[in-house]
Write a protein that binds this ligand. Structure first.
Ligand code: COA
Length: 148
C-alpha cells in the first residue's frame, strides 16, 4: 500500500531507544546487507549511533515501530536511513515520510538524495516516488529526486 498510512509521529531519540534502534537495524537490514558483505555487529551499531540528532523514531499508537535519519544541508537533503518493523511495512508510512521530505525540498529548491544497496527491494519504492539513479558505488546506487 502506498497511501493512507496509519497515523504516526516522529519523536526525538532518547537513550532508552538505542536498543530498539540496534535491533530494528538487525531485523530490517541484515538480509540486504549480507547479500553484499558479512554482518559485523560493531560496524552496524556504529551506523545506528551516527547522527542521532538527525534521527527520529517513528511511533504508531505509542509504540516505536521504525526510524528515519535525514541529513539537512543548505544545498541538499539526504535521506540517510529509513527502517520500519516488518509488521509496519507496506502500509504507506515510508511513502508518507518520503513525500513529506520531497515537499520540504520542493519549498527549499534543493534535491533529495539517498544511497541504496543495489539489491534492496526499496529501490522500487524510490523509483516510484520519482528518484533517478545518478551514480553508483561498489554495491550501492546513488539516487536523487528534484522537484522540477
Ligand atoms: C523501505 C521501507 C522504509 C518502505 O516503507 P513502507 O512503509 O514499507 O513502504 P510503503 O508501504 O509506503 O510502500 C511499499 C513499498 O515499499 C517497499 N518495501 C516494502 N517492504 C519492503 C522491505 N521489506 N524492504 C524494502 N522495501 C520494501 C516496496 O517497494 C513496496 O512496494 P511493492 O510492494 O510494490 O514492492 C520499509 O519497507 C522498510 O523498512 N524496509 C526494510 C528496511 C529498508 O530496506 N530500508 C531502506 C534502506 S535504503
Amino acid at each position: 500500500m502506498k497511501g493512507n498510512s496509519p497515523a504516526f509521529s516522529l519523536n526525538d531519540v532518547r537513550d532508552t531507544d538505542m536498543a530498539f534502534l540496534r535491533e530494528l537495524r538487525r531485523i530490517t537490514m541484515m538480509e540486504a546487507v549480507t547479500r553484499h558483505h558479512p554482518w559485523v555487529d560493531s560496524d552496524q551499531d556504529k551506523r545506528v549511533a551516527l547522527h542521532l540528532d538527525s534521527t527520529k523514531v517513528i511511533v504508531v499508537d505509542g509504540r516505536a515501530v521504525g526510524m528515519v535519519k535525514v541529513l539537512r544541508g543548505r544545498k541538499r537533503m539526504r535521506l540517510s536511513q529509513i527502517q520500519l518493523l516488518p509488521e509496519y511495512q507496506n502500509r504507506g508510512i515510508g511513502t508518507a515520510i518520503i513525500r513529506g521530505l520531497q515537499e520540504e525540498c520542493r519549498q527549499l529548491r534543493i534535491p533529495l538524495r539517498l544511497r541504496v544497496l543495489e539489491k534492496n527491494r526499496s529501490r522500487g519504492l524510490y523509483e516510484l516516488l520519482g528518484f533517478t539513479v545518478t551514480g553508483h558505488g561498489t554495491h550501492t546506487l546513488n539516487m536523487e529526486w528534484n522537484a522540477s
